[in-house]
Design a protein around this ligand. Structure first.
Ligand code: SAM
Ligand code: SF4
Length: 342
């Protein structure tokens, strides 16, 4: 029997030992992808067997349990979320929380390859913003970075998203020797189309063929370079994610920096991540995790699931300790970004 104090606990927000309220859940719905970005995956990846994945119904139940415990923002990611079969069913069912007002934002991070097909339906499900990853505007370089990607399709996806009324934010990983010669033109292009652009430092996740040290371009250096060309103005804009923003006076647009390596962004972390197998990671940069699939499947009642979530949040670490240097060739954590999602 559920007591009054149990039912009150079932609606309390999730607060970690450092007083940070967990209000943001990122859910990776697949580890598969139609690209093989060089910093994210190796060319021949082994993917999870389909039976290990949570079904769309289970993903819905899991997300809904977090929403019931105060999560206000859900980001669907992957792998490439739009290659998961019938993924629109999940967006459609989760949209009921937007309608009910219990969820503020339902959004996704995508490589854009399937966006032309899905943008109108996403907008219809109440999605207002999408993050599209695009590291270069040069078609040949794009092919090299993504191995399998087609820049034209991604650009068509961005067009479709804007035409459907979605606000588009671009993410680009800062890559030495790849896009370091075009950051200014990427900024001008993005801002000219009314899109925020955020640069991300390469994070040491998962074994890949190229050396991280070769790819790593600290954003402190990128920022210094931009000051030769632009006026960078500090602004007090936050999206609830880890990016810090400035405004470029010349374009009037916003530029974000995600700097896990040069700036520790953990003190205000409000996020946790669930993988497509129902593993909860309390920190992107640590190995500790909790299995939510077993309690989810053990009972139709959410009580065991919520108990597992609470026990996990009570272990959320203070922060990560990524380093990339010549002596550290091993990744900080063994799993690829496509497992936990960006
Ligand atoms: N496939 C989707 C996409 O590319 O947007 C969603 C998943 S992807 C793993 C999410 C984000 O993580 C992308 O913006 C990608 O560039 C970024 N990413 C992947 N591996 C990374 C790494 N090792 N360091 C930094 N960012 C990484
Ligand atoms: Fe796929 Fe995104 Fe990883 Fe690129 S970054 S391989 S698009 S999951």
């Amino acid at each position: 029997m559920t007591s009054v104090s149990d039912s009150r606990a079932a609606s309390l927000p999730l607060v970690d030992p450092f007083g940070r309220t967990v209000s943001y859940l990122r859910v990776s719905v697949t580890d598969r992808c139609d690209f093989r970005c060089v910093y994210c995956m190796s060319e021949d990846m082994n993917f999870l067997p389909k039976q290990d994945l949570l079904t769309l119904e289970e993903l819905d139940r899991l997300c809904s349990a977090f929403v019931a415990r105060g999560v206000r923002k859900l980001r669907i990611t992957g792998g490439e979320p739009l290659v998961r079969r019938d993924i629109m069913k999940l967006f459609r069912s989760l949209s009921r929380h937007l309608v009910a007002g219990s969820l503020e934002e339902l959004t996704l991070t995508t490589n854009g390859s399937q966006l032309a097909r899905f943008a109108p339906e996403l907008a219809d499900c109440g999605v207002k913003r999408v993050n599209v990853s695009i590291d270069t505007l040069d078609p040949d370089k794009f092919k090299k970075v993504t191995r399998w990607g087609d820049l034209g399709k991604v650009l068509a996806g961005i067009d479709a998203a804007q035409a459907a009324g979605l606000s588009v934010k671009l993410n680009a990983v800062a890559l030495k020797g790849v896009n370091d010669d075009e950051v200014e033109s990427m900024i001008e292009w993005a801002h000219g189309r009314g899109m925020d652009l955020t640069f991300i430092e390469v994070m040491p996740l998962g074994d890949i063929e190229p050396s991280r040290f070769d790819q790593y371009w600290p954003l402190s250096q990128l920022r210094a370079r931009l000051m030769d060309r632009f006026t960078l103005e500090d602004i007090d804009y936050r999206t609830g994610g880890p990016a810090r923003y400035i405004r470029i006076r010349e374009t009037g647009g916003r530029l974000g920096f995600i700097t896990p390596l040069t700036h520790n962004f953990c003190e205000s972390c409000n996020r946790v991540r669930v993988t497509c197998t129902g593993t909860l990671y309390m920190c992107l940069g640590q190995e500790d995790a909790a299995d939510l699939r077993t309690p989810l499947r053990a009972s139709k009642d959410d009580a065991p699931l919520l108990a597992a979530v609470e026990a996990a949040i009570a272990r959320k670490p203070k922060g990560h300790d990524f380093i990339i240097d010549r002596t550290t060739s091993r990744p900080a954590v063994g799993r690829h970004m496509s497992v936990t999602g960006g």
